[in-house]
Write a protein that binds this ligand. Sequence first.
Ligand SMILES: Nc1nc2c(ncn2[C@@H]2O[C@H](COP(=O)(O)OP(=O)(O)OP(=O)(O)O)[C@@H](O)[C@H]2O)c(=O)[nH]1
Ligand SMILES: [Mg+2]
Length: 193
Amino acid sequence: MEDLEEILITSDIGMETSEKIIEATRKSLKSEKDRTEEKIIEIIKNELVKSLEENNTNESEYNKLDKFKPYVILIVGVNGAGKTTTIGKLAHNYKQAGLKVIIGSADTFRAAANEQLEIWANRAGVGLIQREHGADPSAVAFDTLTEAKKTNADIVIIDTAGRLHTKSNLMVELSKIKRVLAKVLDYAPNDTF
Ligand SMILES: Nc1nc2c(ncn2[C@@H]2O[C@H](COP(=O)(O)OP(=O)(O)OP(=O)(O)O)[C@@H](O)[C@H]2O)c(=O)[nH]1
Ligand SMILES: [Mg+2]
């Protein structure tokens, strides 16, 4: 059971959910005569599916996207939190759902940021708007939204450089990105994650 818990945690299931799944599996096993590895794996699989079903908010998530075109998501956060990787996952999911996605690379600060986002955009098979390293991130936000309007995109996802909330000049930069987005589309951004 300890090994299983470790496997769950190291596969990004999260501490709380892993514990819940292990606990539920223990309970199921109590009344189970068959305690083979196959059986345990089957029980764990069922628990994982149950956990996904309990948390399934897909319906409402996609409904809200219908009301805005494009729907604009701004991604912000501290350095290395997983912003860019999450954008890759979001873009993939939205694309799979049949939506047209454009990513804006407003992280013009980190040296390899453009290349990294390009790999994710290619994997997901979605559009990408970039400018040169060191460019004004607001300008990228502007370009991306303008392109999204022109090409009738459904979803825009804007990546930003990692920053600490205590660096006021960097927070001002985020405010500017938001202002510029609202200039192109008065309701944008719809979400800031
Ligand atoms: N295990 C795990 N690793 C992740 C996840 N998301 C991102 N990472 C890793 O965390 C590191 C940083 O991820 P990025 O997506 O580049 O983070 P970021 O917030 O864009 O970073 P900056 O742009 O530098 O601020 C990379 O090595 C990723 O592979 C995740 O969900 N699970
Ligand atoms: Mg990043």
